[in-house]
Design a protein around this ligand. Sequence first.
Ligand SMILES: Cc1cc2nc3c(=O)[nH]c(=O)nc-3n(C[C@H](O)[C@H](O)[C@H](O)COP(=O)(O)OP(=O)(O)OC[C@H]3O[C@@H](n4cnc5c(N)ncnc54)[C@H](O)[C@@H]3O)c2cc1C
Length: 239
Amino acid sequence: MKVVLSQIDTKEALNKLYTACRTCYNAGKPEDMYATVDEIPQENKVKLLSAVIRSGHHSVLEHQTLTFFISGVSRALTHQLVRHRIASYSQQSQRYCEFKDGKFDYVIPNKIQNNPEALQIFSDLMRQDAMAYDKLISLGLPAEDARSVLPQACCSNIVVTMNIRSFMHFCNERLCTCAQLEIRQLANEMAKAAGDMLPFLKPYFVPKCEMLGYCNEPGKRSCHRRPTFEELTGKKSDN
Ligand SMILES: Cc1cc2nc3c(=O)[nH]c(=O)nc-3n(C[C@H](O)[C@H](O)[C@H](O)COP(=O)(O)OP(=O)(O)OC[C@H]3O[C@@H](n4cnc5c(N)ncnc54)[C@H](O)[C@@H]3O)c2cc1C
């Protein structure tokens, strides 16, 4: 898996988000605040933005987007990824991109990789899939039909653009240990890249329990890095 984040001007991103926050609480015009934003110390800008985020007014975060170039992830992962609807996606097409000689890359899940018997079953099936795909292509079928025999493990490439609010939500959900390992690893890479580029937002690119202060998953699914709802309140959760 490889994740590259499209370059963002860190200072400009903070200036823009700060001006959006300040516009809510100031009688002045946003264009005037933006024109003089460089005069305001960085720590003051971060302080206001952090206060606004902590109080749950997350719509200001929609003014900045992040674009990630992602390769070498499974189709099983991209199917989970695109469930995050507040985002834009461009994905390598299995209709227009044909796998030459039936050779496709695939992701081997860790637990299969670590189990020799499972790995044998998995590898045999990948070989059969490749042969079936190639045979269908040689029979003159278009890639869009031949792809029906390809597995969920088949590698894909995708470009994702999310605004910061949506990205924060993605991190909160997919950095949780309840998320499947591959998408959790992807979320980790994305969170790291975004946190490095926008360090003032790093504290929010975390699992949901870090934002909530407790775990809202059922006890048996919880990793217990934070107390569960039940442990915190003594009340039974509904799930
Ligand atoms: C651990 C885990 C297990 C999962 N298991 C399953 C599963 O078994 N089956 C399954 O189908 N999915 C499953 N999912 C996917 C999950 O149900 C969501 O589809 C996915 O996490 C995207 O979340 P979202 O809808 O909050 O995000 P987005 O689509 O990005 O939406 C962000 C937010 O916008 C708001 N929003 C967006 N669209 C609407 C709308 N139409 N109406 C009202 N508000 C809206 C909501 O507040 C939402 O939280 C799982 C996800 C996780 C993290």
